[in-house]
Design a protein around this ligand. Structure first.
Ligand code: MG
Length: 248
Protein backbone atom coordinates (compact mmCIF):
# COMPACT_ATOMS: atom_id res chain seq x y z
CA UNK A 1 0.00 0.00 0.00
CA UNK A 2 1.31 3.37 -1.00
CA UNK A 3 -0.64 5.98 1.00
CA UNK A 4 -1.40 9.17 -0.87
CA UNK A 5 1.11 11.86 -0.11
CA UNK A 6 -0.93 15.01 -0.47
CA UNK A 7 -4.39 16.46 -1.03
CA UNK A 8 -3.24 17.03 -4.61
CA UNK A 9 -2.76 13.25 -5.03
CA UNK A 10 -6.29 12.67 -3.80
CA UNK A 11 -7.58 15.32 -6.19
CA UNK A 12 -5.90 13.59 -9.14
CA UNK A 13 -7.22 10.22 -8.09
CA UNK A 14 -10.71 11.70 -7.79
CA UNK A 15 -10.39 12.95 -11.34
CA UNK A 16 -9.32 9.50 -12.52
CA UNK A 17 -12.32 7.96 -10.76
CA UNK A 18 -14.72 10.56 -12.21
CA UNK A 19 -13.50 9.81 -15.71
CA UNK A 20 -13.97 6.09 -15.18
CA UNK A 21 -17.43 6.46 -13.62
CA UNK A 22 -18.50 8.70 -16.50
CA UNK A 23 -17.37 6.09 -19.02
CA UNK A 24 -19.22 3.32 -17.16
CA UNK A 25 -22.36 5.44 -17.15
CA UNK A 26 -22.15 5.82 -20.93
CA UNK A 27 -21.50 2.10 -21.44
CA UNK A 28 -24.55 1.16 -19.38
CA UNK A 29 -26.78 3.12 -21.71
CA UNK A 30 -25.34 1.60 -24.87
CA UNK A 31 -24.60 -2.06 -24.06
CA UNK A 32 -27.44 -4.36 -25.18
CA UNK A 33 -28.17 -7.81 -26.58
CA UNK A 34 -26.75 -8.38 -30.06
CA UNK A 35 -23.44 -6.67 -29.32
CA UNK A 36 -20.27 -8.71 -29.01
CA UNK A 37 -17.98 -8.43 -26.02
CA UNK A 38 -15.41 -6.96 -28.42
CA UNK A 39 -17.86 -4.15 -29.30
CA UNK A 40 -17.89 -3.20 -25.60
CA UNK A 41 -14.13 -3.28 -25.52
CA UNK A 42 -13.69 -1.04 -28.55
CA UNK A 43 -16.22 1.44 -27.20
CA UNK A 44 -14.45 1.51 -23.82
CA UNK A 45 -11.16 2.17 -25.56
CA UNK A 46 -12.61 5.05 -27.54
CA UNK A 47 -14.23 6.64 -24.46
CA UNK A 48 -11.00 6.42 -22.46
CA UNK A 49 -9.03 7.97 -25.31
CA UNK A 50 -11.49 10.87 -25.54
CA UNK A 51 -10.73 11.70 -21.90
CA UNK A 52 -6.97 11.80 -22.58
CA UNK A 53 -6.57 8.87 -20.22
CA UNK A 54 -5.10 5.41 -20.69
CA UNK A 55 -6.58 1.94 -20.35
CA UNK A 56 -5.02 0.47 -17.23
CA UNK A 57 -5.70 -3.18 -18.09
CA UNK A 58 -4.49 -3.26 -21.68
CA UNK A 59 -1.19 -5.11 -21.75
CA UNK A 60 -1.23 -5.60 -17.97
CA UNK A 61 0.53 -8.95 -17.52
CA UNK A 62 -0.32 -9.44 -21.19
CA UNK A 63 -4.11 -8.92 -20.94
CA UNK A 64 -5.25 -8.24 -24.51
CA UNK A 65 -8.34 -6.09 -23.87
CA UNK A 66 -9.20 -2.63 -22.59
CA UNK A 67 -12.13 -4.00 -20.57
CA UNK A 68 -12.70 -7.36 -18.94
CA UNK A 69 -16.12 -8.47 -20.18
CA UNK A 70 -17.48 -11.52 -18.37
CA UNK A 71 -20.82 -13.05 -19.35
CA UNK A 72 -23.06 -15.26 -17.13
CA UNK A 73 -20.89 -18.09 -15.69
CA UNK A 74 -17.74 -16.07 -16.34
CA UNK A 75 -16.69 -14.45 -13.06
CA UNK A 76 -13.87 -12.08 -14.03
CA UNK A 77 -11.17 -11.51 -16.68
CA UNK A 78 -13.36 -12.29 -19.68
CA UNK A 79 -11.35 -11.56 -22.82
CA UNK A 80 -13.35 -9.42 -25.25
CA UNK A 81 -14.07 -11.30 -28.46
CA UNK A 82 -16.78 -12.66 -30.71
CA UNK A 83 -19.21 -13.81 -27.98
CA UNK A 84 -22.60 -12.26 -28.73
CA UNK A 85 -24.63 -10.95 -25.81
CA UNK A 86 -28.08 -12.54 -25.65
CA UNK A 87 -31.35 -11.45 -24.13
CA UNK A 88 -31.39 -12.74 -20.53
CA UNK A 89 -27.61 -12.64 -20.06
CA UNK A 90 -25.83 -10.76 -17.30
CA UNK A 91 -22.68 -8.95 -18.39
CA UNK A 92 -19.89 -7.82 -16.07
CA UNK A 93 -17.77 -4.96 -17.31
CA UNK A 94 -14.56 -4.31 -15.38
CA UNK A 95 -12.53 -1.28 -16.44
CA UNK A 96 -9.40 0.46 -15.19
CA UNK A 97 -8.21 3.97 -15.99
CA UNK A 98 -4.76 5.49 -15.69
CA UNK A 99 -5.08 9.27 -15.64
CA UNK A 100 -1.65 10.92 -15.51
CA UNK A 101 -0.30 8.14 -13.31
CA UNK A 102 -3.35 7.89 -11.04
CA UNK A 103 -5.30 4.64 -11.26
CA UNK A 104 -8.97 3.85 -10.70
CA UNK A 105 -10.78 0.54 -11.08
CA UNK A 106 -14.50 -0.19 -11.31
CA UNK A 107 -16.89 -2.98 -12.28
CA UNK A 108 -20.62 -3.33 -12.80
CA UNK A 109 -22.82 -6.24 -13.86
CA UNK A 110 -25.66 -5.34 -16.19
CA UNK A 111 -28.87 -7.26 -16.94
CA UNK A 112 -29.48 -7.65 -20.67
CA UNK A 113 -33.11 -7.51 -21.76
CA UNK A 114 -35.45 -9.82 -19.85
CA UNK A 115 -33.46 -11.39 -17.01
CA UNK A 116 -34.91 -13.96 -14.64
CA UNK A 117 -35.62 -13.16 -10.99
CA UNK A 118 -32.74 -15.17 -9.52
CA UNK A 119 -30.20 -13.32 -11.62
CA UNK A 120 -31.72 -9.96 -10.73
CA UNK A 121 -31.53 -10.86 -7.04
CA UNK A 122 -27.88 -11.85 -7.52
CA UNK A 123 -27.12 -8.44 -9.06
CA UNK A 124 -28.89 -6.59 -6.25
CA UNK A 125 -27.22 -8.60 -3.50
CA UNK A 126 -23.76 -8.18 -5.03
CA UNK A 127 -24.24 -4.42 -5.41
CA UNK A 128 -25.56 -4.15 -1.86
CA UNK A 129 -22.63 -6.20 -0.53
CA UNK A 130 -20.25 -3.69 -2.11
CA UNK A 131 -22.07 -0.81 -0.38
CA UNK A 132 -21.93 -2.71 2.92
CA UNK A 133 -18.19 -3.33 2.49
CA UNK A 134 -17.56 0.32 1.64
CA UNK A 135 -19.22 1.44 4.89
CA UNK A 136 -16.55 -0.54 6.78
CA UNK A 137 -13.68 1.23 4.95
CA UNK A 138 -13.21 3.74 7.72
CA UNK A 139 -10.32 4.97 9.84
CA UNK A 140 -9.81 2.73 12.87
CA UNK A 141 -11.38 -0.39 11.37
CA UNK A 142 -9.31 -3.38 10.33
CA UNK A 143 -9.10 -4.40 6.70
CA UNK A 144 -10.98 -7.67 7.14
CA UNK A 145 -13.91 -5.87 8.73
CA UNK A 146 -14.69 -5.08 5.08
CA UNK A 147 -14.22 -8.72 4.05
CA UNK A 148 -16.35 -10.13 6.83
CA UNK A 149 -19.23 -7.72 6.28
CA UNK A 150 -19.41 -8.69 2.59
CA UNK A 151 -19.33 -12.44 3.19
CA UNK A 152 -21.86 -12.35 6.03
CA UNK A 153 -24.38 -10.42 3.96
CA UNK A 154 -23.93 -12.47 0.77
CA UNK A 155 -24.20 -15.85 2.48
CA UNK A 156 -27.28 -14.76 4.46
CA UNK A 157 -28.92 -14.16 1.07
CA UNK A 158 -28.08 -17.72 -0.05
CA UNK A 159 -25.26 -16.89 -2.48
CA UNK A 160 -21.52 -17.57 -2.30
CA UNK A 161 -18.39 -15.42 -2.43
CA UNK A 162 -15.47 -16.17 -4.75
CA UNK A 163 -12.23 -16.91 -2.84
CA UNK A 164 -9.64 -17.07 -5.61
CA UNK A 165 -9.89 -13.41 -6.63
CA UNK A 166 -9.86 -10.46 -4.27
CA UNK A 167 -9.79 -6.66 -4.17
CA UNK A 168 -6.60 -4.67 -3.73
CA UNK A 169 -4.90 -1.43 -2.85
CA UNK A 170 -4.75 1.05 -5.75
CA UNK A 171 -3.51 4.58 -6.40
CA UNK A 172 -0.24 5.14 -8.18
CA UNK A 173 -0.28 1.55 -9.43
CA UNK A 174 -3.22 -0.60 -10.55
CA UNK A 175 -2.58 -3.29 -7.97
CA UNK A 176 -1.01 -2.40 -4.64
CA UNK A 177 -0.91 -4.05 -1.26
CA UNK A 178 -2.94 -5.13 0.59
CA UNK A 179 -5.24 -7.75 -0.85
CA UNK A 180 -8.88 -7.12 0.07
CA UNK A 181 -10.66 -10.49 0.35
CA UNK A 182 -14.44 -10.67 0.23
CA UNK A 183 -14.52 -13.32 2.96
CA UNK A 184 -12.93 -14.12 6.30
CA UNK A 185 -12.90 -13.24 9.98
CA UNK A 186 -13.20 -9.60 11.04
CA UNK A 187 -10.54 -7.65 12.94
CA UNK A 188 -7.48 -8.74 10.95
CA UNK A 189 -5.08 -7.17 8.50
CA UNK A 190 -3.79 -3.62 8.54
CA UNK A 191 -5.58 -0.95 10.51
CA UNK A 192 -7.25 1.41 8.05
CA UNK A 193 -5.73 4.88 7.94
CA UNK A 194 -6.45 8.21 6.31
CA UNK A 195 -5.08 8.25 2.74
CA UNK A 196 -5.37 4.54 1.99
CA UNK A 197 -7.14 3.75 -1.27
CA UNK A 198 -8.77 0.37 -1.88
CA UNK A 199 -10.48 -1.32 -4.81
CA UNK A 200 -13.29 -3.26 -3.14
CA UNK A 201 -14.81 -5.82 -5.50
CA UNK A 202 -17.13 -8.60 -4.39
CA UNK A 203 -17.58 -11.43 -6.90
CA UNK A 204 -20.69 -13.40 -6.00
CA UNK A 205 -21.94 -16.70 -7.44
CA UNK A 206 -25.51 -17.95 -7.63
CA UNK A 207 -24.24 -21.48 -6.87
CA UNK A 208 -21.02 -22.66 -5.25
CA UNK A 209 -17.95 -20.46 -4.68
CA UNK A 210 -15.50 -22.71 -6.57
CA UNK A 211 -13.99 -21.29 -9.73
CA UNK A 212 -11.47 -22.28 -12.37
CA UNK A 213 -9.54 -20.51 -15.11
CA UNK A 214 -10.31 -21.69 -18.65
CA UNK A 215 -7.82 -22.56 -21.39
CA UNK A 216 -7.22 -18.97 -22.51
CA UNK A 217 -5.28 -18.54 -19.26
CA UNK A 218 -7.37 -15.57 -18.10
CA UNK A 219 -11.09 -16.08 -17.83
CA UNK A 220 -12.38 -17.38 -14.49
CA UNK A 221 -15.66 -19.29 -14.56
CA UNK A 222 -17.78 -20.99 -11.92
CA UNK A 223 -17.08 -24.72 -11.62
CA UNK A 224 -20.80 -25.56 -11.35
CA UNK A 225 -21.73 -23.34 -14.31
CA UNK A 226 -23.90 -21.02 -12.20
CA UNK A 227 -23.92 -17.31 -13.05
CA UNK A 228 -21.73 -14.77 -11.27
CA UNK A 229 -21.88 -11.03 -10.61
CA UNK A 230 -19.15 -8.47 -9.91
CA UNK A 231 -19.34 -4.90 -8.62
CA UNK A 232 -16.34 -2.75 -7.78
CA UNK A 233 -15.53 0.77 -6.61
CA UNK A 234 -12.28 2.57 -5.89
CA UNK A 235 -12.61 3.95 -2.36
CA UNK A 236 -10.45 6.37 -0.35
CA UNK A 237 -10.29 5.95 3.42
CA UNK A 238 -10.38 9.47 4.86
CA UNK A 239 -10.80 11.18 8.22
CA UNK A 240 -14.26 12.15 7.03
CA UNK A 241 -15.22 8.54 6.21
CA UNK A 242 -15.04 6.43 3.06
CA UNK A 243 -15.08 8.40 -0.21
CA UNK A 244 -16.16 6.50 -3.33
CA UNK A 245 -13.92 7.86 -6.09
CA UNK A 246 -15.79 6.05 -8.88
CA UNK A 247 -19.25 7.27 -7.93
CA UNK A 248 -21.69 8.33 -10.62
MG1 MG B 1 -9.85 -4.45 -9.31
Amino acid sequence: MIPLKSPEDLRMLKRSGEILAGIMEKLQVVVRPGMTTLDIDLLSEELIRKENAQAAFKGYQGFPGTACVSVNEEIVHGIPGERVILDGDIVSIDLGVNYKGFFSDMAVTLPMGKVDGNKLKLLNVTKQSLDIGIKQAKVGNYLTDISHSIQSFVEAQGFSVVRQFVGHGIGIALHEEPEVPNFGRPGLGPLLKNGMVLAIEPMVNLGGWECKVIKNGWTAVTVDGSVSAHFEHTVAVTDKGPVVLTKY
